[in-house]
Design a protein around this ligand. Structure first.
Ligand SMILES: [Zn+2]
Ligand SMILES: [Zn+2]
Length: 421
């Protein structure tokens, strides 16, 4: 009988287990409007807030899809995809759902009447290295992305470490045949599943490339498998932020290979546990710059690569998207010289959810601040600029410390102020 080394099966699974969620006692429920994720539209596009990687009990998540809908509404998302693992089905004894479109249907049913939340059908193709995990979204039939061979190889431990690993697994997974099923589904080549998704017009992206058995150092690296898919036009995006993690290496791969950059929650538990709004936390999201507020609009924006990732307090994207976003978010008002001093007063406004961190790159100095400024989210910062003499116009130049156009490379912004306007 064909055997498979245990570690090849288990290590990826254990790697992807969500970290034990910290439970936060919330004394008073937060007002929903406090946690709405809001960024301004930019010239010609609507800025849509999307989370394209989430889970429910239909794979290894711990909630019914209706909870995902409720969380998305609380966060003010424009769109969400529930993307269940097709092959990894730990609840299969209780929720066999041979029709893999059920998770999407149940999510749709949970949508309140009149809700404008856009639901995007998707699945997570879940394989062993080198393919690892990929999400296919805008699919029309999840079942076509899955084939389980009738006689999967049996897993056997070949070292004491592997035996310990096997014994550490919940008994239930063995009894319910979860691992056998995963092995059976892995027999069908992963590229076939990706091809099937592409035949449905899917947008396919590489999930958490920094969590792989092929990368025990958590460094994302291009593989021959993914390179071939990219060259065939079948892999279109990459997660550079997933849950609590950002990867500079994945960010570099996105730029190098022209992959659309994505930030996702990959939530399995509750958004409120993983990103407690009480502490001002938010899930990682992708901002898609769409010509219209619709699933088609988001799909077009993703294929065109018009995204910015918002992860913790970082905004990550290409200059073509990031610059207009920051320009739309920041404003200057009340610029005037004082009567008694040759000092220019002004107010910088911020119409976004990010605390925007600016580093002064102009020759002027500020009276109340050093070179590092923070313009609070949906707030203002008053500044007095020493321009030495009264000038009719002033060019202010900043580096945005929390806006990355490439790994370690920050966005530069300049703003020409006409005094008195
Ligand atoms: Zn995954
Ligand atoms: Zn996932």
């Amino acid at each position: 009988m064909k055997t498979t080394r245990l570690a090849w099966v288990l290590v990826p699974l254990l790697f992807f287990a969500p970290p034990a969620g910290a439970h936060f006692q919330v004394e008073t429920p937060p007002k929903h409007e406090d946690r709405l994720i809001r960024f301004p539209d930019v010239a010609g596009y609507q800025t849509l807030v999307v989370d394209l990687h989430t889970h429910s009990v239909f794979s290894d998540g711990h909630v019914w899809p209706s909870i995902r809908v409720d969380e998305a509404l609380r966060d003010g998302l424009d769109a969400m995809a529930v993307t269940e693992h097709l092959e990894w089905q730990p609840h299969r004894a209780d929720l066999p759902h041979p029709d893999r479109n059920r998770a999407y249907q149940r999510t749709q049913e949970a949508l309140p009447k009149g809700s404008e939340l856009i639901l995007i059908p998707g699945s997570e193709i879940t394989r062993q290295a080198p393919a690892d995990h990929m999400n296919a979204i805008f699919i029309t039939d999840a079942n076509a992305l899955l084939q389980a061979a009738p006689n999967p190889p049996k897993i056997e431990a070949s070292t004491p470490e592997e035996r310990t690993l096997l014994e550490s697994l919940p008994e239930q997974l063995q009894q319910d045949g979860v691992i056998d099923y995963f092995m059976a589904a892995n027999q069908w080549p992963a590229e076939e599943a990706v091809r099937a998704a592409n035949r449905q017009g899917a947008f396919v992206f590489w999930n958490h490339p920094f969590f792989s058995r092929a990368a025990p150092d958590a460094m994302a690296r291009m593989t021959d498998f993914h390179r071939a898919l990219i060259e065939a036009g079948q892999l279109h995006g990459i997660e550079i932020a997933n849950g609590a993690y950002y990867s500079e290496e994945a960010h570099a791969l996105a730029l190098q290979h022209g992959l659309t950059m994505l930030g996702v929650s990959d939530v399995h538990d509750l958004i409120d546990w993983d990103y407690p709004p009480r502490f001002g936390a938010h899930r990682p999201v992708t901002l898609a710059f769409a010509k219209e507020r619709s699933a088609d609009g988001i799909r077009e924006a993703l294929f065109a690569g018009r995204t910015v990732v918002w992860f913790k307090n970082l905004l990550i994207g290409q200059e073509a998207e990031l610059k207009p976003l920051l320009q739309a978010a920041l404003g200057m008002e009340d610029t005037a010289y004082r009567d008694d001093l040759d000092v220019l007063d002004l107010t910088i406004t911020n119409d976004s959810d990010a605390d925007i961190q600016l580093r002064n790159r102009s020759p002027y100095t500020f009276m109340q601040e050093g070179d590092d400024l923070t313009v609070p989210r949906h707030g203002k910062l008053k500044l007095s600029v020493r321009t030495v003499q009264r000038l009719p116009q002033v060019e202010l130049e900043f580096e945005v410390s929390n806006a990355l156009v490439a790994p370690k490379q920050r966005l530069r912004l300049s703003h020409r102020l006409k005094v008195g306007e």
